[in-house]
Write a protein that binds this ligand. Structure first.
Ligand code: SAM
Ligand code: SF4
Length: 497
């Protein structure tokens, strides 16, 4: 293997950037973004209400419309927007929340991102890369919580290169672990890793990943350079087009994000919009499968989280989630355990569709230190350390059902097919059935007694709804659903529609 700095030098492939530029330019025109934000100051109430109606018809907004929403000052209008965001989410995703668990496999890194505990210059970080045995052990601990989806996360380093990633993903998929009534396993592995070449991304596709996720951190070119002074990550464009390459490599679902707190939040929302639009433009309408908006969180060995003048407060965080929900109605929105429980509750009310719980981000933490955060082995500190079971119960009390469904991607409902189904609100119909089936598994295998009580009531209500909806009758899905539900109740696992 090459020594890390030599290896880092050869990561970026210029021809795999040039391929996507238009007349030598990328799609983030900062002047145009600032202009749009300026031109849409003090937007007219009627204009905002028209935009809300457009979102409610599940149509992606245009940048001027997003800029207008971002400029709303009237709190009453914001209240209308919160309500509409919730309605949009219900139209596309109904009352479901999808759960996942992150698995940090390695904190070795050749980069120098000044806000991250993993950056190579940080002496306070204890470095570790999990071996395959340890990955299997971590996976067992995650399965024991009831999870079915995982996102594997890596620093950028030759020791955690794409071959290591592929092996670790295979290791995760190989684990089957007995629950109370049936076995549990991880059925979808998503990846959050540094930008790669098309050939390397194809290797990830070959091992069957779900979504490939890369956050641009900031869409501001100059600031990006300052915050990422060295390593392959210093190249803004290599990162900006990482998801274009992923789609070209055959990966169906890609996920974008920005790290909020680095620069003006309104600008970053606009950046996410332009990213969405360019993906749609270059890939036949396929936009991001999910959008993330991690907020700057304290990290060991970095005081950036207190120094940055762009830190986003809780109110503005809720606003940015709302604008994203209204701007890209068909896309999943992820709120992670970086956020405190009360912030996550609000984020769900304005349109988030996915979250993690029972989260451990210290390397090896699920199996070695389940009840504490080991600061010197993790990237940043978590705001919500609640157990999955507690979060599921809380949501169920509010009438929301947890879904561990991974059927969409295994039935080929990905990429352009899922975009189409989401846009016409059909995907949600399949998800409703699969949510109930996977929730049944959770209640039978992992739920506490308290959660079971609330969960059983919710599941009955869901089944009643399913039986009363004409869509399922028209498509002869009820008999099949009944049969699958019974098979799961009898201990069979992983049957889906
Ligand atoms: N190394 C890869 C990369 O940078 O793309 C992937 C893993 S990195 C651990 C995942 C994400 O964590 C980064 O993209 C960044 O947005 C986020 N992150 C880094 N430092 C953070 C901090 N202090 N608070 C919150 N999120 C942070
Ligand atoms: Fe490394 Fe990613 Fe952290 Fe940057 S954000 S230091 S690339 S792990």
């Amino acid at each position: 293997r090459l020594e890390p700095s030599k290896w880092a030098e050869q990561v970026v492939k210029q021809d795999e950037i040039d391929k996507y530029l238009v007349k030598g330019k990328d799609f983030i025109d900062e002047e145009a973004i600032h202009e749009k934000l300026l031109n849409n100051k003090k937007p007219d109430k009627k204009f905002i209400r028209d935009i809300i109606q457009k979102s409610l018809s599940i149509t992606r907004l245009e940048p001027d419309e997003t800029a207008a929403l971002l400029n709303v000052e009237d709190e009453e209008l914001w209240e209308e927007m919160y309500e509409a965001a919730n309605e949009v989410k219900h139209k596309v995703y109904d009352n479901r929340i999808v759960f996942f668990a992150p698995l940090y496999c390695s904190n070795l890194c050749v980069n120098s991102c000044i806000y991250c505990g993993f950056r190579k210059e940080n002496p306070e970080e204890k470095r570790r890369i999990l071996n395959m045995e340890e990955i299997r052990r971590e996976t067992e601990a995650v399965i024991d919580e009831g999870h079915k989806r995982m996102i594997v996360v890596y620093g950028e380093h030759p020791l955690s290169d794409v071959d290591y990633m592929a092996d670790s993903i295979k290791a995760v998929y190989s684990v089957k672990k007995k629950g109370k009534n049936g076995y549990g396993n991880i059925r979808r592995v998503n990846v959050n890793a540094a930008p790669m070449s098309i050939a390397d991304l194809h290797k990830l596709w070959e091992v069957g990943i779900g979504t490939y996720q890369v956050f641009q951190e900031t869409y501001n070119h100059e600031l990006y350079k300052k915050l990422h002074p060295a390593g392959p990550k210093a190249n803004y464009l290599w990162r900006l087009y990482s998801l274009h390459r992923a789609l070209d490599a055959g990966i169906d679902d890609v996920a974008i994000g920005a790290l909020f707190g680095l620069y003006d939040w309104r600008f970053e929302v606009m950046g996410l919009m332009y990213h969405t639009i360019d993906l749609e433009r270059q890939f036949g309408g396929v936009g991001p499968h999910t959008i993330s908006f991690p907020r700057m969180t304290p990290a060991i060995g970095s005081d950036f989280s207190t120094q940055s003048k762009y830190l986003v407060n809780d109110d503005d965080f809720k606003k940015l989630v709302t604008v994203l929900r209204l701007s890209v109605p068909y896309t999943g929105l992820i709120v992670t355990a970086r956020e405190r429980p009360e912030v996550r509750r609000e984020a769900i009310k304005v349109g988030c569709t996915q979250m993690d719980a029972s989260t451990k981000i210290d390397i090896g933490g699920y199996s070695e230190a389940p009840n504490m955060q080991r600061q010197d082995k993790q990237q940043f500190m978590l705001g919500d350390t609640r157990k999955l079971d507690d979060v599921i119960r809380e949501l169920a009390q509010e009438g929301m059902i947890t879904s561990f469904c991974t059927a969409g991607y295994r039935c080929g409902r990905t990429g352009d097919k899922i975009m189409c189904l989401l846009r016409n609100c059909t995907e949600g119909k399949f998800c409703k059935l699969n949510a109930v089936l996977t929730f049944r598994e959770y209640l039978d295998d992992y739920a506490s007694e308290e959660t079971k009580i609330v969960g059983e009531q919710l599941i009955l209500k869901e089944i009643e709804e399913i039986k009363s909806m004409p869509f399922y009758k028209q498509h002869n899905l009820i008999e099949k659903f009944d049969e699958y539900y019974e098979r799961i109740s009898d201990g069979e696992r992983d049957v889906y529609l």
